[in-house]
Write a protein that binds this ligand. Structure first.
Ligand code: ASP
Length: 362
């Protein structure tokens, strides 16, 4: 039989929650029980946890691994990111692909962190969840989970991605933008890798190849959590910035205006930033906008570069923070970290062409 084998790693989140007196909460075994009641996910005559054949004549058989405790993703931390990465590593040879069920609140952080930690990934890793639990009569859980399983069970897209509302987004390009609609995630600087309508429209031109196909997967864990993000706002006090930048902080994602702009008429702010850069804090310039990138178009943008702040191109906040954490965990020197923040390691940022292109001929 033509089958794909997927490991479903359940970490928690709305998708598998039940309604209790205290609101929605996850419960061990609840997801498996619900799935066994839905024919799209369970066929008793055919060994249980398997989908119906797709139009390519392929079924997706899955096992469920529940990580304990199941969490609302607001409670996730570095430890859980590493546990998910280790679970994928441990079962890597046994499955064709991995689907991670996760709460939507911090899914983009986990996806970004996994994209860096899973070095030389050669299989699809798809995170999904839902805005309404599977246990409710009307929900987005069935579509999201079925879409994620079918995608993972049919296509080899060797990336960490988020599947939600008919679209597969590169995980380190996605941000949660909606807490009530089904269109919970947006990738403002990269089109979806896959759009599902009547057909699966895979953008193979965007999908990244495995880095070193002859070599195995490696997990390079995040251990550093001395990073932070700070949103600039017009009346921010330089004393606030100065305090924020004190040890043990090692990295800061500075969320600036527009195309990476900050005031160029505030010497005390500049002094705080320069001192921190000189002390070895890696400060990354990232725009507060969801679409667009940090440039040096404006004098007000150039000033940050002159102080030692590194341009973060078009990275999401989630990608910038987790990349910074990951790089600082690998024991490289500070200048190497600063350089790596500016290049694409896992497709997380757009590297601008040195010379513009004006013709289809190249
Ligand atoms: N609070 C939930 C979580 O992130 C929300 C969700 O799953 O959509 O776990």
């Amino acid at each position: 039989m033509n089958e794909g084998h997927v490991l479903l790693i359940h970490t928690g989140g709305t998708i598998g929650m039940e309604s209790t007196d205290r609101g929605y909460q996850p419960r061990v075994g609840f997801l498996q029980q619900r799935l066994s009641e839905i024919p799209s996910f369970f066929n008793a005559a055919d060994g249980g946890q398997v989908t119906q054949p797709s139009r390519f004549g392929r079924r997706v058989r899955y096992d469920i691994l529940e990580l304990e405790p199941l969490l609302d993703s607001a409670n996730m931390s570095v430890d859980e990111w590493v546990r998910i990465a280790r679970a994928i590593e441990e079962h890597y040879a046994d499955y064709d692909a991995f689907v991670v069920l996760h709460g939507t609140d911090t899914m983009a952080y986990t996806a970004s962190a996994l994209s860096f930690m899973l070095d030389n990934l050669g299989k699809s890793v798809v995170l999904t969840g839902s805005q309404i639990p599977l246990s409710r009569v009307r929900n987005d859980a069935v579509d999201n989970l079925l879409g994620a399983l079918l995608l993972a069970g049919h296509y080899v897209i060797p990336e960490v991605a988020i599947y939600f509302n008919d679209r597969l987004l590169r995980g380190n390009r996605a941000t949660k933008v909606n807490s009530s609609g089904f269109d919970a995630f947006r990738s403002g600087n990269l089109p979806p890798l896959v759009q599902i309508g009547v057909d699966f429209d895979v953008r193979w031109d965007l999908v990244l190849p495995q880095a070193r196909p002859a070599e195995p997967l490696r997990v390079l864990p995040i251990t550093c959590d001395d990073v932070a993000a700070l949103r600039l706002f017009p009346s921010i006090a330089s004393s606030t910035l100065e305090r924020f930048l004190q040890p043990p902080l090692q990295g800061l994602v500075l969320e600036t205006y527009g195309s990476g702009n900050a005031p160029d008429n505030r010497p005390s702010l500049h002094a705080a930033l320069r001192q921190a850069c000189d002390r070895g804090v890696v400060i990354v310039n990232r725009t507060q906008c969801q679409t667009g990138m940090v440039t040096t178009q404006y004098a007000a943008g150039r000033v940050l570069g002159d102080l030692g702040v590194v341009p973060g191109a078009d990275m999401t906040a989630e990608a910038a923070l987790t990349k910074l954490q990951w790089l600082l965990s690998q024991g490289s020197d500070i200048e190497a970290v600063r350089a790596a923040m500016q290049v694409s390691l896992r497709g997380e940022l757009t590297e601008l062409q040195a010379t513009p292109r004006f013709s289809w001929r190249g």
